[in-house]
Design a protein around this ligand. Structure first.
Ligand SMILES: Cc1ncc(COP(=O)(O)O)c(C=O)c1O
Length: 454
């Protein structure tokens, strides 16, 4: 018998209102599936604890061997309206049964409804919507439109794209070049010299959270406003759940306006209620020029969008800014049903209310474990607990991973810290998670921290 690729670990059984763990992890019966994946997929797909999802409903994920996890991942920030929502599944089936699975860029009634709906949900002057498939496509398109505008108003010198250190905007070429995690883009070698990153003002690892630091950093790198076409920033950093100070964001928006620089907010994680408001940028009291959306826009199917001012969105002539699967009718049906749920159930409001309990709990945990827990960040239903080497601010990635492992073994599903060297335990439950379940999750998390830090 060949040695199994993973040795199932015996773990203590768990039976609570929301969780059930009754097999070793992973279950021995799941090994053939894992072996086939390991054989046929690139190893880069093995980044998480191998929980084989059979069914996911609401805020829970089930495998085929009787285990149930409470989900604190939302499948990496996708299932805002909850997993497997009946209304979304029915909308998908109804559209599929209408025998329209695809129509490229030819017009469709359902696409008209979705772009209209998104334009309505977005604040003025964001009035045009371009549907795409992945978040990376949306950020790539934002770069293109910002640079195109820069050249139009300032010539070939005004092409710089500024983003933040530590940022993640996707895995395609341009999206990686504006990303702020150097190790992820080493392979590109010839990085664009007009794409530059400045420190993210998280107030923890970057103590100076003033907008002055933004200006000084650009000056040090030889970038004046005449060389900059656009600034793109995540509303909060996905890797850490860190928000920028409100004043910083407001000064940034004013500075962009003053110098005819396009401000793009990457809301791929932050949009659709996640942070306790429909749009994450509402926390800053600003409206950007472009908004990149993805993930929670459908709570499940692949669809993304770029929303922006008409003057920017209309820069390209007919036929020159398209994508094969733009507005795929089935994905669009899912998005419409998802938006209905988010609005009707006031999921942004619910995320704010339940999120307040989550953050109170995390702050208390941080205080009780201050030696190893440097900071608790986030808003609404997204949070990051920053694990550190005792007493300092040096990230402790091994500790964060060990906490995630223990949570998974206790029936609380989380994903490993994102980004090389990151030590953030990221928390992102579906927005439909009841407060009682969040409280149970906090107890599990604290127990995992105690065991891992021992
Ligand atoms: C903030 C942010 N932007 C963009 C992306 C890329 O989205 P996708 O993986 O759909 O290309 C991600 C994905 O994690 C993200 O978190």
């Amino acid at each position: 018998m060949p040695k199994p690729i993973i040795t199932p670990k015996q773990v203590a059984p768990v039976k609570s209102k929301f969780r059930c763990i009754q097999t070793p992890i992973p279950p021995p019966e799941s090994l053939p599936i894992l072996e086939s994946l390991y054989r046929d997929e690139p190893q880069s797909m093995r980044g998480q604890r191998p929980v084989i999802w059979e069914r996911a409903e609401g805020f829970q994920v089930h495998d085929a061997w009787g285990n149930t996890w409470m989900d604190w991942s939302s499948g990496v920030l996708v299932a805002n309206a909850g997993h497997g929502r009946r209304e979304i599944a029915e909308a998908i089936c109804a559209q599929a049964n209408r025998a329209l699975l695809h129509n490229y860029c030819f017009p469709s009634e359902i696409r008209a409804r979705l772009v209209g709906r998104l334009a309505e949900l977005a604040p003025d002057p964001l009035e045009k919507v371009f549907l795409l498939t992945t978040g990376s496509e949306a950020t790539e398109c934002a770069i293109k439109l910002a640079r195109t505008h820069g050249r139009a108003v300032g010539g070939d010198r005004k092409i710089g794209i500024v983003s933040h250190e530590g940022a993640f905007h996707g895995r395609t070429l341009g999206a990686q070049m504006i990303g702020g995690i150097p190790a992820l883009k080493e392979w590109i070698v010839n990085l664009d010299p007009d794409m530059v990153q400045v420190p993210f003002p998280d107030g923890f690892r970057c103590r100076d959270a003033s907008f002055g630091l933004f200006l000084r950093s650009l000056e040090e790198r030889g970038f004046g406003p005449d060389r900059i076409a656009g600034v793109i920033t995540e509303t909060y950093q996905g890797g850490s759940a860190a928000f920028m100070p409100r004043e910083y964001a407001q000064e940034l928006a004013a500075w962009c306006r003053e110098h005819d620089i396009v401000l793009a907010m990457d809301e791929v994680q932050a949009g659709f209620g996640r942070t306790g408001t429909m749009w994450g940028f509402e926390h800053y009291g600003i409206v950007p020029d472009l908004v990149c959306c993805g993930k929670g826009i459908t709570s499940g199917l692949p669809l993304s969008a770029l929303i922006g001012r008409a003057g920017l969105m209309d820069q390209y002539p007919p036929g020159s800014m398209t994508s094969t699967h733009t507005g795929n009718p089935v994905c669009v049906a899912a998005a419409l049903a998802n938006l209905d749920i988010i609005v009707k159930e006031d999921l942004p409001g619910k995320a704010a209310r339940v999120g307040a309990a989550l953050h109170d709990g995390l702050r208390a945990i941080r205080e009780r474990h201050a030696e190893v827990c440097g900071a608790a960040m986030g808003k609404g239903m997204v949070a990051g607990l920053h694990m550190v080497k005792p007493g300092g601010v040096e990230p402790d990635g091994a500790l964060a991973a060990s906490i995630v492992d223990r949570c998974v073994e206790k029936g609380l599903l989380m994903f490993y810290p994102v980004g090389l060297g990151s030590a953030t335990v990221k928390i992102a439950p579906p927005l439909v998670t009841p407060e009682e379940a969040v409280r149970e999750g906090l107890e599990v998390l604290e127990q995992a921290i105690k065991e891992a830090a021992r």
